[in-house]
Design a protein around this ligand. Structure first.
Ligand code: HEC
Ligand code: HEC
Length: 329
């Protein structure tokens, strides 16, 4: 048994100097009792709800009085360790994986990455398992290599992750699924009609025919994951499809290199902003970032000048059908 308490997965913390183990319970949701005396804390790493007596919290005396077990997390210890490593700021650098991929997902966070020096959108890591290589241009070829490279750099190599930590983090990341899709029926099948986020309507089945036919999307977004990276023989192609290379923000400080990989379109209904440059979603106004579009899929299909399939040749109604289909993926 772990001497620190039931359910804790210990993680090494900065062995140089102040060696020691760090314990994380993963507090996530808090609820205060109506009388303000008791705080309930859901601990996602340890699978408990902690009951905290906060009557004397102002004087610095908050006490955990009970721990209610909610789920038994010990049977999946490696995955749990991966989760702790994902969310914890182990190197005290302010850079956990969660700092940029919030809950594993994208959400408008940027990172200025070197080689080439440029502002990138933090992509979603949900469903990424089957679409290596990662990064633009390709620099890691598996989730384990990503966990090792990025995990080490995020802690400024203090300490570098152990092979067992790399394995646990890669396992946890590989099991991050895309969210359930609200644009499909209860049974997961496409609906007859879908109401688009801007209130228009479209027919997913007609959209499917357009995607595979007239709109010419399949060449670069083939099924089942809708990216060339899904197949070892077509992996790692970086193409110029006329999309902006970067946000028009301090361009003189960015190294502008064309080419991006066709991203997987699975879960694209839930991705904001779109494109490596994040320019479908964000816009720049006088050196400031603003929301340019809340329905970036439409923005992408209606931006003139993209050599990106044949979306421009569709009628307005056909475009709605194609959008309805994209939302169901
Ligand atoms: C400082 C921000 C930042 C942190 C911290 C960070 N990432 Fe990333 N991550 C990014 C950016 C930006 C990209 C996309 C860059 C590109 O396209 O070249 C990315 C891409 C990825 C991808 C590729 C996703 C795909 O499908 O293409 C994975 C997987 C990933 N990161 C995992 C992790 C893990 C695991 C950690 C923690 C060890 C982590 N990241 C920490 C910013 C970050
Ligand atoms: C010649 C290859 C090619 C064709 C054809 C193509 N795409 Fe793409 N697609 C790409 C590339 C490359 C990107 C990434 C561009 C970037 O990040 O700037 C992309 C990005 C996207 C994205 C943004 C996804 C995200 O997460 O950022 C969507 C949505 C998309 N394509 C849908 C379509 C649709 C719909 C069609 C058909 C009308 C289509 N694509 C045709 C190569 C292609």
């Amino acid at each position: 048994m772990n001497p620190h308490g039931e359910g804790f997965v210990p993680v090494r913390w900065r062995p140089q100097g102040r060696a020691g183990l760090e314990l994380h319970s993963g507090p996530r949701s808090l609820a205060l009792s109506p009388d303000g005396r008791t705080l309930y804390v859901l601990n996602r790493f340890t699978g408990t709800v902690a009951v905290v007596d906060v009557r004397e919290a102002r004087a610095g005396n908050a006490r955990v009085t009970r721990q209610w077990p909610v789920v038994d997390v010990r049977s999946r210890e490696q995955r749990r360790l991966g989760q702790v490593l994902y969310f914890s700021d182990v190197g005290r650098t302010g850079m956990s994986c969660d700092a940029c991929h919030i809950e594993g997902h994208t959400g408008g966070v940027f990172f200025e990455k070197t080689r080439p020096m440029r502002i990138y959108r933090s992509t979603t890591a949900l469903g990424s398992r089957d679409t290596p290589p990662y990064f633009t241009p390709a620099s890691t070829r598996s989730l384990a290599e990503t966990a090792e490279t990025v995990g080490g750099r995020n802690r400024y190599h203090n300490p570098d992750p152990l092979p067992s930590e790399v394995e646990a983090l890669a396992l946890y990341t590989s099991l991050l699924p895309t969210a359930p899709n609200p644009y499909r029926g209860e049974d997961g099948a496409p609906l007859e009609t879908v109401t688009l986020p801007d209130g228009r309507t479209g027919h997913p089945v007609k959209g499917l025919a357009l995607f595979e036919g007239k709109a010419r999307c399949m060449a670069c977004h083939p099924t089942p994951l809708f990216t060339l990276d899904q197949d070892p023989s077509t992996r790692g192609q970086y193409q110029d499809v006329g999309t902006p290379i970067a946000l028009p923000l301090r361009l003189e400080q960015q190294q502008l290199v064309t080419g991006a990989a066709p991203p997987s379109l699975v879960g694209t209904w839930d991705v904001w902003p779109l494109l490596t440059s994040a320019t479908a979603g964000y816009a720049v106004q006088e050196d400031r970032l603003v929301v340019g579009s809340r329905f970036p899929l439409r923005t992408l299909l209606e931006t003139p000048g993209l050599s990106h399939g044949a979306a421009q040749e569709l009628t307005a109604e056909e475009r709605d059908d194609l959008l309805a289909y994209l939302l169901t993926l």
